[in-house]
Design a protein around this ligand. Structure first.
Ligand code: ATP
Length: 311
């Protein structure tokens, strides 16, 4: 049983993500849906610093709207630290400082990145030396997107999105992200999709059918070609997100009128991700969106998963 902290501070960093493809299958008994996702980690990072403490606490700073981030035990970073302590028998606590750059409730997995970075940071701080497989299993308990935040790069997620397999990918993609000044709740967007399917008696995926990632997405990622990927971008959650927030249609249109190869609602939204042909295209698009008073940030992908920066 580990009781002694082995370091005075550990700094870990984990990326946000864009779902370049997301297909939603059946609603499962546990309330989750079967999904098929192609994830790409992008260069918006969450920084987590972990300090020794007898109790569990978190403070949050950052460049995004922090008003919806809890600082009590419901913060997913605290949940991650407590889970790691419980499973490894570590008896102390941790003081966490999160520096956020991924938009909150933006459909880009910011909370998941915090959880992944916290697992790594606490494991190093506490010297618990959890095996990689066990850490991935803890990550999946914390949330469907947390394993991908650990792994990063480009990957395919099935099941709830947490059963990962690597995807062959090359090249760097230039993204422009239109950030909203409101959030969309992931469960609310899935419920809107279910309501739509019920209304239209659309049983697209009978219970036994697993959704899969389309071959043209895998081919585009293998080729590293933004034009091909733009053609293949797909998100089943886009229509329900647009139903809940019709103003996002105008954002999509504006980006496509200003040189984006394609735009897509990221995950459950409301962030809209635009794929540009190259860096110049991305810069022009960022300027055009900013001129329309849209908060637009650039990011590249794929990038590495969670890692320790300093011990
Ligand atoms: P995903 O794309 O994985 O569905 P998201 O990017 O849309 O997630 P997050 O910002 O990760 O959304 O988290 C959304 C919810 O989780 C918010 O309601 C927020 O109150 C809660 N939350 C708990 N911990 C955190 C955290 N560390 N950072 C952000 N939100 C958190």
């Amino acid at each position: 049983m580990t009781t002694a902290a082995v370091s005075t501070m550990v700094h870990a960093r984990a990326p946000g993500k864009i779902n370049v493809f997301l297909k939603v299958g059946s609603l499962l008994d546990d309330g989750y849906h079967d999904v098929a996702i192609a994830y790409q980690a992008v260069s918006l990072y969450e920084d987590v610093r972990a300090y020794p403490s007898d109790s569990f606490s978190v403070t949050v700073t950052g460049t995004v709207d922090l008003s919806r981030v809890p600082t009590d035990g419901s913060n997913i970073a605290i949940k991650a630290a407590r889970l790691l302590a419980a499973r490894t028998g570590f008896r102390g606590g941790v003081r966490l400082e999160i520096d956020k750059h991924v938009p909150v409730t933006g459909g880009m997995g910011g909370g998941s990145a915090d959880a992944a970075a916290t697992l790594l940071a606490c494991d190093a701080l506490w010297g618990t030396e959890l095996a990689r497989d066990s850490m991935l299993a803890l990550a999946a308990e914390l949330g469907a997107d947390v394993p991908f935040a650990l792994v990063g790069g480009t990957a395919i997620g099935t099941g709830r999105g947490d059963e990962l397999s690597p995807a062959l990918a090359k090249g760097q993609y230039q993204w422009v992200l239109a950030l909203a000044d409101f959030g969309l709740s992931t469960p609310a967007v899935y419920q809107e999709l279910d309501r739509h399917r019920d209304r239209h008696k659309q049983d697209i995926f009978p219970a036994m059918t697993q959704p899969t990632v389309d071959a043209n997405v895998l081919q585009a990622l293998r080729a590293g070609d933004p034009h091909m990927l733009a053609e293949a971008l797909h998100n089943d959650l886009q229509a329900p997100a647009l139903n809940l927030e019709p103003s996002l249609s105008e954002v999509l249109e504006l980006g496509e009128q200003n040189g984006a190869l394609a735009g897509i609602v990221s995950g459950s939204g409301p962030t809209v991700a635009f794929l540009a042909a190259d860096l110049d295209g991305a810069l022009e698009l960022q300027i055009a969106l900013s001129a329309a008073r849209i908060n637009a940030v650039r990011a590249t992908g794929p990038v590495h998963g969670a890692r320790i920066i300093t011990v």
